[in-house]
Design a binder for this molecule. Structure first.
Ligand code: DP6
Length: 333
């Protein structure tokens, strides 16, 4: 196959990934756990080509010096390396990559996760690599750590591991959940996750404690999922999110991803709980807040939180599929 199209969705972590043990291979300092969403898809086509690698992002042809083109090129080098190991005659080919994001890019809706999961799936198919889910997750991880979880259906645990072979995500059974996305600002964030993680490791005095607490939170989360204990899942999620922002806030100079509007949402969620509606909030490396609830409560919660969203509407999301190949004819779906 010389062309393939794949689709993948963002994921939102309930136990967060924040810090690398190995920068080059993207091995995290601790494991993490997430839900793959059913909206904000990235659809990516990889077409093998004799010309240089090229990237078209959301309809714009990017220059080869653009940082996104360079990051995609570096990822394609990894794919070509795998093709070479397998003796495939695609190993020397360049590729035209066309990608469309339905979600807001670089605003904490995990576009790099859906992006590299879709690219890993499309590129591995186009270059003729026949990867199983674990190897596809490992490959996606090389593009962006959290992308290894978007390869997985519904709920994923990323095993931190200590090598390229042992660091991958796999599906975990969890009770059915809804997420309510409250997009308080859709612009690109000021400090990328990558830079923020580096700064945290280098300057935050709480970094060691963060690593330990993340390992503990993941163990507890896995137990709560096995017990289908929604309340415990929610409590761990919200406490863990606040701890991530605390370790980040403690950098020197400080980094602050949450905005006043983000805290308003956390307060509104606490008020919902006080009124007997069980909801818990989390936020990635940006100001947007994602609330988790039981599916039957989601519409009511979205109604209550819409006033905090930039466009006046909070969006209900459900567990979605892992990265998958789609026919070129279906690519516009
Ligand atoms: C806050 O996966 O974007 O969303 O591996 O450097 O590409 P890189 O970082 P990335 O970081 C995601 C951080 C997070 C938490 C999470 O999704 O677990």
């Amino acid at each position: 196959m010389t062309q393939a199209t794949a689709r993948a969705y963002p994921n939102i972590a309930l136990v967060k990934y924040w810090g690398k043990a190995d920068e080059a291979l993207i091995i995290p300092v601790a494991g993490s756990m997430s839900m793959t969403l059913d909206d904000y898809a990235t659809t990516t086509t990889v077409r093998l080509d004799d010309a240089a690698d090229a990237l078209n992002l959301n309809g714009t042809e990017l220059d080869h010096t653009d940082s996104a083109t360079q990051r995609v090129g570096a990822f394609l080098d990894i794919v070509r390396g795998l093709a070479q190991e397998r003796g495939l005659d695609t190993a020397a080919a360049h590729a035209q990559v066309t990608t469309v994001n339905e979600g807001p890019t670089a605003a904490g809706m995990a576009s790099s996760a859906s992006g590299f999961a879709a690219l890993a799936q499309a590129a591995s198919a186009a270059y003729g690599l026949d990867l199983d889910t674990r190897d596809l997750s490992r490959l996606a991880r090389r593009g962006s750590g959290s992308a290894c979880r978007s390869v997985i259906n519904r709920f994923a645990v990323w095993h931190a591991g200590d090598s390229d072979e042992t660091s991958y995500a796999e599906e975990i059974a969890a009770p059915d959940l809804a997420m309510i996305a409250v997009t308080v600002a859709s612009g690109a964030k000021k400090v990328s996750s990558r830079a923020g993680m580096r700064a945290t490791a280098a300057t935050s005095p709480f970094y060691r404690a963060w690593i330990t607490t993340t390992e503990e939170s993941l163990n507890e989360m896995v137990r709560a999922c096995a017990d289908a204990d929604f309340t415990r899942i929610g409590e761990i999620t919200e406490a863990h999110a606040m701890r991530m922002h605390a370790v980040i806030n403690a950098c020197e100079p400080p980094i602050r991803y949450l905005a006043p509007a983000s805290y308003q949402v956390f307060d509104a969620v606490a008020e919902l709980r006080a009124n007997g509606v069980e909801a818990y909030a989390t936020a990635d490396a940006g100001p947007n807040v994602v609330v988790i609830s039981r599916p039957e409560d989601a519409e009511q919660i979205a109604g209550a939180l819409g006033q905090y969203a930039e466009n006046g509407e909070a969006k209900v999301l459900r567990p979605g599929p892992g990265a998958h190949v789609v026919n070129a004819d279906d690519a516009a779906d």
